[in-house]
Design a protein around this ligand. Structure first.
Ligand SMILES: Nc1ncnc2c1ncn2[C@@H]1O[C@H](COP(=O)(O)OP(=O)(O)OP(=O)(O)O)[C@@H](O)[C@H]1O
Ligand SMILES: [Mg+2]
Length: 411
């Protein structure tokens, strides 16, 4: 499965410069441990958890629109509000990722600044790098290298900077990411197309119980959308195309959500509306999604997402605990871990949380602590880098409990 081994965010809101995991092209982070398939970020209010989530969201939005529109989307408020206050440096994002365990990692780096003349955000530089197949040492070389939209791309599966025959001079509109335009030429740029496809497959949850209560028109849809308002359509798809998996999923889900007997889709033949019927154990008549509680719908949405026969490679969820009873939260944390195995077909899961019960189910390598410093910007550290925390966890103390007792904060 594709895995993000590490990333760095610079000059993005409260995140002046934070890095997580391994980045092979960064001398300081080359030897750091890669991110685990399950990664959780904790931190006080205002420490920057949502900003990390949003940096991923911003990149995902740039896959289908120009930079200015992406800077204004999701209430971001435009470039000036996004760039770290007082900084004269560009916003930058580095992602170090692997398509699969056997593939050599790729580093993607992009810097965005405001054009002084037009006042519009532009791509200052954009670069993709990989080590040659034949080389086991040395710095990876570029296969895309652009400054303000102009530069070179090395086409094909293997070619890299230095190979003149596969080098193409290119020029793009600097108001958009070049990887989006280049990926269209799929045959020439399979690595770029794969990377774009990877980002487009991310699932950044914007779930709200109210959107999940909407009654959609009948019709199958393969994957759950970001708001969760097509639950019924996904259920209909699974029922029709994967009947055996579907039965198992519903049994599984109804076992995990207290009080729920069975769950089934129901199509109103007059209106063609699609309902989900939740059979509550205590009542003869089932309830529809509109009558279900926030927590039940949320749990159902997450479980459905995890049970997708082709799950998203990267799932990002902010504060999944909101609206969930603490016992259910432990179930959910365990469920996330079971799916974030790092194996083929599994998902990498990135979660932000305030909830110690959730953190209890995790190991120190999986937990990162964000902290806002005196200068107003945040730093991040991995719980496993603290020897005291490591020892206490080895002795059997749960990580969430340690956090609750202030052992994870800077001392
Ligand atoms: N352009 C900017 N430059 C610097 N800091 C910024 C900028 N924009 C917002 N901030 C700061 O970022 C912080 C908000 O960060 P964020 O929303 O990511 O926190 P959070 O950890 O998600 O908090 P919560 O737990 O309350 O959801 C605030 O302290 C805010 O002042
Ligand atoms: Mg937040």
């Amino acid at each position: 499965m594709a895995m993000i081994e590490g990333f760095r965010i610079q000059n993005y809101r409260v995140l002046k410069d934070i890095a997580m995991g391994r980045i092979g092209t960064d001398t300081k982070l080359r030897k750091a441990d890669p991110l685990t398939p399950m990664t959780t970020v904790i931190g006080k209010n205002g420490s920057g958890k949502s900003s990390i989530f949003d940096a991923f969201g911003f990149l995902a939005d740039c896959m289908h629109t120009d930079l200015e529109t992406a800077c204004n989307a999701q209430n971001r408020g435009g470039y000036d509000k996004l760039v770290s206050s007082g900084s004269d440096q560009p916003m930058s994002l580095t992602i170090y990722y692997r398509e699969s365990k056997n593939d050599r990692p790729i580093t993607y780096e992009v810097s965005i600044a405001k054009d002084e003349k037009t006042e519009l955000p532009i791509v200052l530089s954009e670069r993709l790098r990989q080590r040659a197949k034949s080389e086991s040492k040395g710095q990876p070389r570029s296969f895309l290298r652009l400054e303000k939209g102009k530069g070179s791309v090395w086409v094909g599966d293997e070619s890299l900077e230095g190979d003149e025959t596969s080098k193409r001079e290119v020029e793009f509109d600097p108001h958009k990411l070049a990887i989006v335009s280049l990926a269209e030429q799929f045959k020439e740029n399979p690595r770029i197309a794969q990377f774009k496809q990877f980002i487009q497959s991310w699932y950044l949850s914007y779930f709200t119980p109210d959107s999940a209560r909407k009654v959609p028109q009948a019709g199958v849809q393969k994957h759950l959308n970001l708001h969760g308002d097509n639950m019924g359509n996904v259920v209909q798809y699974l029922e029709r195309n994967h009947p055996i998996i579907f039965k198992r999923i519903l049994k599984d889900i109804s076992n995990k959500i207290p009080g729920i007997g069975t769950i089934e889709p129901y199509r109103d033949t007059v209106t063609n509306n699609l309902y989900l019927l939740f059979n509550d154990k205590g009542f003869a008549k089932p309830f529809t999604q509109q009558q279900m509680s926030d927590g039940t719908l949320k749990m159902f949405c997450y479980l459905l997402l995890l049970q997708d026969p082709i799950p998203p490679p990267f799932i990002c969820i902010e504060e999944p605990e909101n609206g969930l009873y603490h016992k259910l939260l432990e179930t959910l944390a365990r469920e996330f871990r079971e799916h974030a195995t790092g194996k083929k077909g599994a998902s990498q899961i990135f979660v932000t949380t305030h909830q110690p019960y959730f953190v209890d189910a995790l190991s120190p390598e999986e937990v990162w602590i964000l902290e806002k410093g005196e200068d107003g910007f945040s730093t991040i550290k991995r719980a496993s880098d603290d020897a005291t925390v490591q020892n206490m966890v080895k002795e059997g103390l749960p990580l969430g409990g340690l956090w609750y007792s202030d052992y994870l904060d800077a001392r």
